[in-house]
Design a protein around this ligand. Structure first.
Ligand SMILES: [Zn+2]
Length: 338
């Protein structure tokens, strides 16, 4: 029997701490497994599962980023009730349930800095064990895909600050694999046409699945973080519609790639906070993707000065409050696919 119902859905089962041990069950059309707190896998019965696309959807890696959690929960409800047919294998992950219960970004440590083995350096953090668990579950799931079926991972977030481009994607470092135009076109169909192409490994969930499972994986920043129940989910209609079509195998044919429809950026360098003397010369309220005029001093750190060059650079994820040795922002610049 199904351990939760539309009246007490998976999100509320997670927030209530209902998970006790791994379980499996079936309904008319689906095989369902609940292998861990906040993790559910679903596959259509009567299909050769390995030949289906394998889709990992995650939200709540930052526990206070509630809108994507609510969007995924709504989609899941429709899949479980048979209102949305499933034509892939789906793993749905609510990343950090203890933080979600507290309405907090994290309990001890930012979990999206603990993947790709990063948890081993922060073993005392409560998020460390969870990151290790999700690494294993996610990679084991994606690696069950047969050759020729797609391995996709979309990790959904909302940002702390406003953004010049409200929605954007981070395409993690691909370890030399070519960037997939088809994926950019799908993102555009989800109303995400600003993309940062990352140029080196990072301790994020999406880089982990890209690197260890060769998934087409993305971190999606979809708007601003608000508490449960305070989200205007119509602002997330683009991603919700695109995900529903993806899961049900009804994505419309995508147009030819046209670079003019995208704003692509690459990371130029990280602003590193080397000492307590670090000063960021940007207002606390500065938005992501704010342009940095040529010659502007972006930050100072003792003898070090970070100066903007050329006028087309922009700032991403500025945060002068990080610890010593950590990244206090990324300077990015426009780029094209090669
Ligand atoms: Zn986030």
């Amino acid at each position: 029997m199904m351990p939760f119902s539309p009246a007490r859905d998976f999100l509320h089962a997670t927030l209530d701490g209902s998970f006790s041990a791994a379980r499996h069950w079936q309904n008319d059309t689906l095989d369902i497994a609940w292998p861990a707190d906040g993790v559910l896998t679903l596959q259509p019965r009567h299909h050769d599962a390995a030949t289906l696309d394998h889709v990992l959807l995650s939200a709540g890696v930052h526990g206070n980023e509630t809108a994507p959690i609510e969007v995924l929960n709504r989609i899941l409800d429709d899949v479980l009730a048979g209102r949305l047919p499933l034509h892939c294998r789906l793993m749905l992950v609510f990343g950090n349930p203890p933080a979600m219960r507290n309405g907090a970004r994290f309990i001890d440590y930012d979990m999206n800095r603990l993947f790709n083995g990063g948890h081993r350096q922060q073993a005392q953090a409560r998020e460390a064990g969870r990151a290790a668990q999700l690494e294993t579950l996610a990679v084991d799931f994606l690696q069950q895909a047969a050759p020729g079926s797609r391995r996709l991972h979309y990790d959904l977030h909302t940002a702390i600050r406003g953004s010049v481009f409200e929605k954007f994607a981070i395409y993690p470092f691909t370890d030399g694999r070519p960037h997939q135009r088809e994926q950019l076109l799908w993102l555009e169909s989800a109303e995400v046409s600003t993309v940062l192409l990352h140029s080196k490994p990072s301790p994020t969930f999406s880089y982990h699945t890209s690197h260890h499972a060769a998934a087409d994986a993305f971190t999606l920043e979809l708007g601003k973080a608000r508490p449960f129940g305070h989200n205007d989910l119509t602002r997330f209609a683009g991603i919700e519609r695109a995900l529903r079509r993806l899961l049900s195998g009804s994505t419309a044919p995508l147009p030819a790639y046209d670079a003019a429809r995208f704003a692509l950026f690459s990371a130029k360098y990280d602003l590193i906070k080397h000492s307590e003397q670090f000063v960021l010369h940007l207002a606390d309220s500065v938005e992501n993707f704010t342009a940095l005029p040529d010659g502007m001093t972006i930050a100072e750190d003792g003898e070090i000065r970070y100066v903007a060059e050329g006028g087309s650079e922009r700032i991403l994820f500025p945060n002068p409050k990080v610890g010593i040795g950590l990244r206090a922002g990324i300077v990015i610049q426009p780029c094209q696919l090669t």
